[in-house]
Design a protein around this ligand. Sequence first.
Ligand SMILES: C[C@@]1(CC(=O)O)C2=NC(=C\c3[nH]c(c(CCC(=O)O)c3CC(=O)O)Cc3[nH]c(c(CC(=O)O)c3CCC(=O)O)/C=C3\N/C(=C\2)[C@@H](CCC(=O)O)[C@]3(C)CC(=O)O)/[C@H]1CCC(=O)O
Ligand SMILES: NC(=O)c1ccc[n+]([C@@H]2O[C@H](COP(=O)([O-])OP(=O)(O)OC[C@H]3O[C@@H](n4cnc5c(N)ncnc54)[C@H](O)[C@@H]3O)[C@@H](O)[C@H]2O)c1
Length: 214
Amino acid sequence: MSYYPMNVKLQGRCCAVIGGGNVAERKTLSLLAAGAKVTVVSPALTEKLAGLARAGHITWIAREYTAGDVQNCFVVICATGDPAVNSQAAKEAREGGSLVNVADNPGLSDFHVPSAITRGDLMLTVSTAGKSPAMARRLKEELGGRYGPEYGRYLEIVAKVRREMKEQLPTSQDREQFWRDTFDENVLTLLRLGKMDEAEERIQNAVSSTGIKP
Ligand SMILES: C[C@@]1(CC(=O)O)C2=NC(=C\c3[nH]c(c(CCC(=O)O)c3CC(=O)O)Cc3[nH]c(c(CC(=O)O)c3CCC(=O)O)/C=C3\N/C(=C\2)[C@@H](CCC(=O)O)[C@]3(C)CC(=O)O)/[C@H]1CCC(=O)O
Ligand SMILES: NC(=O)c1ccc[n+]([C@@H]2O[C@H](COP(=O)([O-])OP(=O)(O)OC[C@H]3O[C@@H](n4cnc5c(N)ncnc54)[C@H](O)[C@@H]3O)[C@@H](O)[C@H]2O)c1
């Protein structure tokens, strides 16, 4: 089975999590981090989820799932400990047009959640198509050790220069060539060595060499 990688905007969108255990907690936290409006349906919640409900950061429907609970949700995550409830809720959610993730049954899911680290707007994800979440997590930790917060900061510098270059360089071919030449191994080596200033200088030098004023 091959998957289509896609980073989806969830800001302000209604999403539902069915179940209130550890898995539901992890999924809820990542949905909230993406700006989703989250409703949790479960008779019981972890301490953390209960705190989020008390603070009004999530809506809690404090009972077992019943049909119709998750209408009009963009994403529905079925994470109870009961496979029959998960698959029934998944069926109803999909019929209602939601994108569905079933925590105990990748085969019933429309998507799965990759292991991810973020450095500002830089996001690195690892997916194993459900074959080994533990391996995904391990690889993510390795990436986390290798790519520190400086990469997120550098991304902001690059993004600013990129906006300028979009105005200054006339064609998309020019821009593509500029970035292929500029974003070479050396920049990554400098970042890896923690030499942010030198990495920034390389970008500024590349801009200067086009004759454009930075
Ligand atoms: C990446 C991560 C994201 C997240 O959840 O946020 C995630 N699982 C994480 C951790 C994790 N999950 C499990 C373990 C125990 C060790 C192990 O079993 O390996 C660990 C490791 C740990 O906790 O250390 C158990 C497990 N997971 C699934 C099943 C059901 C099944 O396989 O049938 C079972 C068996 C339950 C059982 O045995 O009863 C299913 C899925 N888990 C996925 C994602 C999707 C596939 C992603 C992919 O393959 O790339 C998929 C298909 C659906 C989904 O949930 O989206 C998160 C990493 C957090 C991080 O990055 O730190
Ligand atoms: N996808 C993953 O990453 C992953 C990881 C580990 C486990 N799992 C699977 O996810 C499922 C949940 O794991 P957990 O550790 O959070 O379990 P858990 O037992 O800690 O939590 C289950 C939650 O579901 C709630 N619940 C039970 N029946 C319900 C119903 N009818 N309606 C609504 N809520 C109901 C319970 O109150 C509880 O809050 C398990 O099937 C587990 O095998 C998935």
